[in-house]
Design a protein. Structure first.
Ligand SMILES: NC(=O)c1ccc[n+]([C@@H]2O[C@H](COP(=O)([O-])OP(=O)(O)OC[C@H]3O[C@@H](n4cnc5c(N)ncnc54)[C@H](OP(=O)(O)O)[C@@H]3O)[C@@H](O)[C@H]2O)c1
Length: 390
């Protein structure tokens, strides 16, 4: 007979309702894949106002604005962030321009929600968080999984102790991409690690805390980006996570958080809306929370509600995903990248900021003299849209 007791039901999620948060006026920076889905999600499921879009070209801004039902269309990122009727900027540009995009918005006094990963590395992520905190504006990485009802169920299960001593996280993220996708392009900071790997490392550091040791093995694509990365992380008290990201193959993309008393599983894709299953360690019983809204990227709006909730409460960061958690995740990813020998293939002129950072110094104070403010060099691609990339 089993000695392990499971609850009869898993806790109900506590996410804010669309009506319970202030209505913000959103400006969208970038007109690509995720920008379209974010806007559609807000328009379908919230009362948030999407009022403007900014692009490197007026034509792209106009087309996006029309598709979204009539937004103000700005033909430059600078014009978007200067729009006095925008409260918060959603940064939906590729990773390598997150820093420049976010700092542009912060400098203009706008709150920011920045797509994942917050920056290319821990230095960039810290630069963004610190700049926003210094400017007194809200900043959050759009790691949307953490704001889903599904993850609030997981959060409560972890807090309840029903899993016992949590020792193990196992997660993978493998998706198929067409050869033309930016993820295969070294000049766009491509690779599995920053696009997909960040989901599994975020999950592991969220559940088990910062990594104390990292072991990584991987493979590079013919195009010269990280194709797959196998990652073994050690956390406090020697808890372990076994993680994998790949753009070469389609893998289950599921996640397991296991404790001595019970095992929680998130059937794939674990980072989207979906069910939560908790099974007793001896296999004697199981309880499932069934997601009533399995709508994929239609659920992006939960991140926007978290932003509105926090801003309404006068917060500069979300307690559900603070800067220190992003730092812990980026630090693990940086170490994986170092072990895999991943060096940036970006044209230096395409990097927004590369301050010469001395050991122990931060990007905001690269020389350690307290007088070296970060400088945003606007990448060439921001000035005119390259004809080779759509
Ligand atoms: N949460 C999620 O599920 C999810 C899913 C996919 C992607 N993302 C994240 O969202 C970000 C954007 O990804 P995406 O797939 O939407 O990319 P995308 O389709 O290539 O769109 C990116 C947009 O950024 C703008 N941009 C600004 N500077 C650029 C530059 N130097 N090169 C190319 N485009 C530039 C472009 O708009 P203009 O031409 O109008 O300037 C472009 O349409 C990435 O950081 C990614 O990690 C998140």
């Amino acid at each position: 007979m089993s000695t392990l007791a499971l609850p009869s039901a898993l806790p109900a999620p506590r996410r804010p309702s669309p009506e319970s948060v202030p209505v913000l006026r959103w400006g969208i920076l970038g007109t690509g894949w995720i920008a379209s889905r974010f806007v559609a999600s807000l328009q379908a499921s919230t009362t948030q106002q999407v009022v403007a879009v900014g692009s490197r070209s007026q034509a792209s801004a106009d087309a996006f604005a029309q598709r979204a039902g009539g937004l103000r269309a700005h033909g430059s990122p600078a014009a978007l962030v200067a729009d006095p009727e925008v409260d918060v900027v959603y940064v939906a540009t590729p990773h390598h321009v997150h820093l420049a995009s976010a700092l542009l918005a912060v400098d203009a006094g706008k709150h920011v929600l920045v797509e994942k990963p917050l920056g290319l590395d821990a230095i960039e992520a810290e630069a963004i968080s610190t700049a926003a905190a210094t400017a007194g504006v809200f900043c959050m990485e759009a790691m949307w999984s953490l704001f889903l009802p599904r993850f609030d169920v997981v959060r409560q299960v972890l807090e309840s102790g029903v899993l016992g001593d949590v020792r193990t996280v196992i997660a993978d993220h493998g998706e198929h991409f067409d050869p033309a996708h930016r993820i295969l392009d070294p000049a766009m900071a491509g690779g599995s690690l920053l696009d997909l790997g960040t989901y599994v490392t975020t999950l592991a550091t969220w559940a088990l805390g910062p990594a104390t040791r990292v072991l990584a093995s991987g493979e590079t694509t013919a195009s010269g980006v990280n194709g797959q990365a196998a990652m073994l992380l050690t956390h406090a008290d020697d808890a372990t996570s076994v993680l994998h990201s790949t753009l070469l193959t389609r893998t289950p993309t599921s996640a397991t958080i296991a404790g001595t008393e019970a095992t929680l599983t998130l059937p794939g894709p674990f980072f989207m809306p979906g069910d939560v299953v908790v099974t007793a360690a001896d296999g004697s019983g199981s309880v499932t929370w069934t997601d009533p809204e399995p709508i994929g990227h239609g659920a992006l709006y939960h991140s926007a509600l978290e932003v509105a909730r926090c801003i309404g409460d006068g917060l500069l960061e979300s307690p559900l995903h603070p800067a220190k958690s992003v730092q812990a995740n980026m630090a693990a990813l940086d170490e994986v990248a170092r072990q895999l020998g991943l060096t940036s293939a970006l044209d230096p002129s395409e990097r927004a900021v590369r301050p010469a950072v001395r050991p122990g110094r931060t990007a905001l104070d690269p020389l350690g003299d307290g007088q070296s403010p970060i400088r945003v060099q606007v990448p060439q691609s921001w000035l005119s849209k390259p004809t080779t990339h759509e």
